[in-house]
Design a protein around this ligand. Structure first.
Ligand code: SAH
Length: 347
């Protein structure tokens, strides 16, 4: 019999499981409190649960976290780990120290199928989706490291390896566990899901009634450039993506963040800034400009126009910021660390 890892069970599902075990519904909240608030690592610690039911729990359920395979710490405090998850698969997870808190960047899949031409994650194709417990596990492991400094994860971004909307249900259960007051209690506005732009999933997300932030990897002001650097754009071009964004804003009453990687001579000219301003006109969205973190295998270069691009957008009335860079002395770009190790150890 396969044991159920409770780190992967969202509260409503845990209530159903408990009812299936002929327990009262509140048993689920009690377990959540033990697991997340009191940080129990085994069922014997749960002293207000009857011995008899603890035996049942021990037989059918478990609490298993990923283990650390490699750990790198940057001079700026960024921690990047390659974690061993199930089947000995490896995923990256990163902690960045902003002045407002500790932000964890979560991987949602083992590898990625989106094949963006600038990204290291796509160097290795998707092997599988991560289970909920493997995403929650990334936060648990980083919290263990941070607890040595009396700190904890305060913000979550699902921006690591993988396309979260290609693993929709698991990612949603994961964010529910992050958000739940009896679990990680991380405010919805401190959680961000980043997608390459899958219109039907954006609409589904809009209707979840969550206050969680949505970021869209736009990276280009027109279809010609976007299709070249993001193959997903051939399936969902801008005339499909942009209406979904506008609809999201209408339904969720939230604005999105457009991420825009500046690649030298590809999408960083002043005319691109003008075209971008026209493209997003009428949305509430703002633009987060991302200095490119070069990936040797791809040959793109960092743009010299980052500040000029920002100024241009600002003059055109677009709210924009430049993303702060972290961990430039370690393998910071998404997928880099894993690509290196999986190459060495699996080939
Ligand atoms: N698939 C999702 C989430 C993972 S990528 C998405 O596309 O949004 C998270 C963000 O990191 C995306 O905006 C992605 O384009 C960006 N990114 C990928 N490689 C990068 C690199 N080498 N330098 C800077 N940003 C990068």
């Amino acid at each position: 019999m396969v044991m159920i890892n409770l780190y992967g069970v969202e509260l409503h599902k845990l209530e159903e499981l408990m009812i299936g075990e002929e327990q009262k519904k509140f048993r689920a909240t009690q377990l959540f409190t033990w697991i997340y608030e009191k940080k129990a690592t085994g069922f014997d610690e749960m002293t207000d649960i009857s011995l008899k039911f603890r035996e049942v729990l021990k037989e059918k359920y478990c609490l298993i976290k990923p283990t650390i395979y490699t750990k790198q710490v940057s001079t700026d405090g960024t921690i990047k780990c390659l974690l061993n998850v199930k089947n000995d698969d490896k995923v990256e997870t990163v902690i960045m120290r902003y002045n407002y808190g500790n932000v964890i960047c979560i991987s949602s899949q083992v590898g990625c199928n989106m094949a963006c031409t600038f990204c290291a994650s796509g160097l290795l194709k998707r092997k599988r989706n991560l289970d909920v417990e493997e995403m929650v596990g990334q936060v648990l492991v980083m919290n263990d490291l941070l607890s040595e400094e009396n700190q904890r994860v305060t913000h979550v971004v699902v921006m690591g390896t993988g396309e979260p909307f290609d693993n929709y249900e698991n990612v949603l259960d994961f964010v529910r566990i992050m958000n739940h007051p009896k679990a990680f209690a991380i405010g919805a506005r401190h959680i961000t899901v980043s997608t390459c732009g899958i219109p039907d999933k954006i609409l589904r997300y809009a209707n979840e009634g969550l206050q969680i932030n949505l970021a869209i990897s736009l990276h280009a002001p027109n279809d010609e450039i976007r299709s070249k650097i993001m193959p997903i754009n051939r399936a969902y071009p801008l005339d499909k993506l942009m209406p979904a964004v506008r609809e999201y804003e209408r339904i969720a009453k939230r604005r999105v963040t457009f991420e825009y990687i500046l690649l030298k001579d590809v999408n960083d000219r002043m005319e691109h800034a003008e075209e971008l301003a026209r493209l997003i006109k009428g949305t509430l969205a703002y633009v987060n400009l991302i200095p490119y973190n070069p990936v040797d295998e791809h040959g793109y270069k960092r743009s010299n126009n980052v500040h000029a691009f920002l100024d241009k957008l600002t003059k055109l009335g677009v709210t924009a910021t430049i993303r702060k860079e972290f961990g430039t002395d370690i393998d910071a770009a998404c997928g880099q660390l894993r690509a290196k190790h999986v190459e060495i150890h699996e080939n």
